[in-house]
Design a protein. Structure first.
Length: 217
């Protein structure tokens, strides 16, 4: 199951989903209030988003699932792994947020700007459409949820095998932070995708799928 980030829906994960679907059954849910999913009373906290992701697996008919989260989706995957160890088999964190050295909106924005130079331009219209769907008020609320979370405090409690995936030019998830995340995970490892930034699953889906394939197997 692929889990999207803070102001995007599952649309930008479809290239990776297509690449992985050759070997795995893949689901890409839109969490509550995103994309094709209506806003509900839930989905306002990290725990509710994690519960919604696991509930999607049940609707899908899966009693065990591996979670692949990008950016804020990585934080959701971490939370889900801790809250639902009986369901979550393993997790992969692509460009995990948030580095404690940039835990503010201005710093995150500057890092996003630096990443933009290395992202494929075709992803930006998709992101703009997703931002319109979620709305600026909800986007601001969820950015607050993202920035208040302290994943580094939770990582030692993740007992599932975990893989940290980082694009070579990802300034949102710098190499030092990605290595730190992998080191805090009891069964963690890290891999880097050359020539990619914060969304390697969009423009480098084949390379990311290759990195994930052995781990997910």
């Amino acid at each position: 199951m692929l889990i999207h980030g803070v102001i995007v829906s599952g649309r930008y994960l479809t290239p990776l989903g297509a690449a992985l679907s050759r070997d795995f059954a893949v689901a890409i849910p839109d969490l509550p209030g995103y994309g094709l999913s209506p806003a509900t009373g839930s989905g306002q906290t990290l725990g509710e988003l994690a519960d919604a992701a696991v509930a999607s697996a049940a609707v899908w008919g899966a009693d065990r699932v591996s979670l692949v989260g990008n950016s804020f989706g990585a934080q959701i995957a971490i939370e889900a792994a801790i809250r639902h160890p009986e369901t979550v088999e393993r997790i992969a964190l692509i460009g995990p947020t948030t580095d404690p050295r940039a835990r503010s909106l201005p710093r995150q924005y500057l890092r996003w700007q630096r990443c933009g130079l290395h992202e494929h331009p075709s992803v930006f219209p998709v992101m703009a459409r997703d931002l319109l769907d979620v709305g600026p008020v909800q986007a601001a609320r969820l950015l607050g949820v993202m920035l208040r979370d302290r994943p580094e405090d939770k990582l030692p409690a993740v007992r599932q095998p975990a893989l940290v995936v980082r694009g070579e030019h990802d300034h949102v998830a710098p190499a030092e932070w990605a290595r730190y995340v992998a080191g805090l995970l009891p069964d963690g490892r890290m891999t880097q995708i050359p020539s990619q930034a914060h969304m390697p699953h969009w423009s480098g889906a084949a390379a990311v799928a290759s990195a994930l394939r052995a781990f997910l197997s």
